[in-house]
Design a protein around this ligand. Structure first.
Ligand code: BV8
Ligand code: ZN
Length: 241
């Protein structure tokens, strides 16, 4: 595989819940990911929120409480170091946990929003950050107008933020290398980005202990946990290995 020497100036890293697994954040579709008897696809939807905002907020409040105790792991930190060495680096994440930001990554494209950001259902004010755990009331209400507040995340059936998706698409079209770390590649349109990179001739590396529907597309597979594989892979590349 080509190294990050001169010929690889542009890198995209696509991350999913698996990169945060070793930080203690449950994944969505693994055995540890289920919350009570619900699946993410049943709760992370506008219909579920309309039907029972309290239940959906119970889920988010529980996740926020969990994530608040979690720290970035060696994989998050390896990506922050990589960004300093690569001239054109984009970190495209499906995660909403904010751990990449905590690890010091800067050019982060959040495809599915952020669990620490809130927005008023009436849109009466700009989105705001709220790290209160646990929430004083569920569901929370807008401090300005009293309307229901929702987490600023993308639910199933909702369009991804246009700017974020376009930036991720453009970065995937121009990259020489794409790392896919800890995603089941089950959710679209995020799962289409590796195809875009491959069609543009990029080298694709998958870091995931388990096979995924895009494993057959990649040039190199590291079947290990991200916190082990990523720092080792990056050290090998930096040493010219
Ligand atoms: C849209 C935010 C259109 C909220 C999330 C049929 C075919 C194709 C698409 C569809 C379809 N039917 C419906 C759709 C569309 C749908 C979709 O893709 N559904 C899937 C389930 C089939 N997509 C949408 O609805 C999207 N919107 O299409 O809109 C549109 C256009 C215009 C106008 C209106 C509408 C919106 C999708 C976003 C949904 N929001 N989350 C929240 O978090 O609460 S999705 C959720 O899944 C998370 O964001 C998560 O990031 C994402 C993907 O999951 P993963 O991150 O991959 O996590 P998962 O648990 O699945 O896998 C973990 C992986 O890690 C595993 O592979 C495991 O092996 C690995 N792992 C475990 N431990 C480790 C590890 N790896 C490394 N190291 C370890 N230690
Ligand atoms: Zn409001």
């Amino acid at each position: 595989m080509r190294t990050l020497a001169g010929d690889i100036q542009s890198v995209v890293v696509l991350t999913g819940a698996g990169i945060s697994a070793e930080s203690g954040v449950p994944t969505f579709r693994g055995e540890d990911g289920l919350w009570r008897q619900y699946r993410a696809e049943e709760l992370a939807t506008p219909a579920a929120f309309h039907r029972d905002p309290r239940l959906v907020w119970e889920w988010y409040d529980w996740r926020r409480g969990l994530i608040a105790e979690c720290m970035p792991n060696a994989a998050h930190h390896a990506l922050a170091r990589m960004e300093e060495r690569v001239p054109d680096f984009a970190l495209v994440t499906q995660n909403v946990d904010g751990l990449h930001h905590l690890a010091g990554s800067r050019n982060i494209i959040e495809l599915h929003g952020n669990i620490w950001r809130m927005r008023c259902m009436r849109g009466c004010r700009p989105k705001w950050e709220d790290r209160t755990v646990p929430l004083p009331e569920r569901p929370p209400h807008c401090p300005s107008c009293g309307a229901l507040t929702r987490p600023d995340v993308v639910w199933f059936g909702e369009a991804l933020p246009t700017e974020a998706l376009e930036a991720a698409w453009r970065a995937s079209e121009r990259c020489h290398l794409m790392l896919i770390v800890g995603t089941s590649a089950a959710v679209h349109p995020a799962a289409s980005l590796p195809l875009v990179a491959r069609q543009a001739g990029a080298t694709i590396v998958e870091i995931n202990p388990r096979p995924t529907p895009i494993s057959h597309l990649v040039d190199e597979i590291l079947r290990e946990p991200a916190a082990v594989a990523l720092p080792h892979w990056w050290a090998r590349v930096v040493s010219g290995g």
